[in-house]
Design a protein around this ligand. Sequence first.
Ligand code: FE
Length: 200
Amino acid sequence: MTGAPQPLARFAGAVSALLDADLPEAGLLGEGGRLLAALVATDGWLPDAFARPGPERYRQYLLHRDPQERFSVVSFVWGPGQSTPVHDHTVWGLVGVLRGAEVSQRFRIADDGGPIPDGPAQRLEQGAVEAVSPKVGDVHQVFNAFDDQVSVSIHVYGADIGATRRWVYPLSGGRKPFVSGYDNDEASAPFVLELEEHVV
Ligand code: FE
């Protein structure tokens, strides 16, 4: 694959500039959220290779990794009815719905380590953006809102999220260490979009 789609290249360049500005987290999530909302406002730029669902479970494709590993951009692809486990991120993150819709349920962690739903589930329609972080709420479970169509969201995180050590929280209690990786790691690494020379 040669070159990154213009909207993605522009987004990655703008997030890089935002991080250079070294804003407090609230400012970063606000400004970054506006950039992500603009990115997911139009569909059609994400190559099909990064929008393919898996038969068994959701897929996550690395779109861009900051050369300094300050952030990563990932497409999440939900087959009909698919969902994540309850999980955290340990870093700031922004989720923007590009296609379809998602349902996000926040959790808090009880004294015994088990996850407890925190407020009602929220439905995120196409174009909606949501923030996560240890400060604003970091534990959630995400579902495709549809059982008969694929949904796609674009995520940006304040780390190389596929290599970040974090946790899943089984509903039965306790927590388990978790490193997500990427579905286009290794075998399909050439599909990772190389942005550096395209960012203006
Ligand atoms: Fe998440």
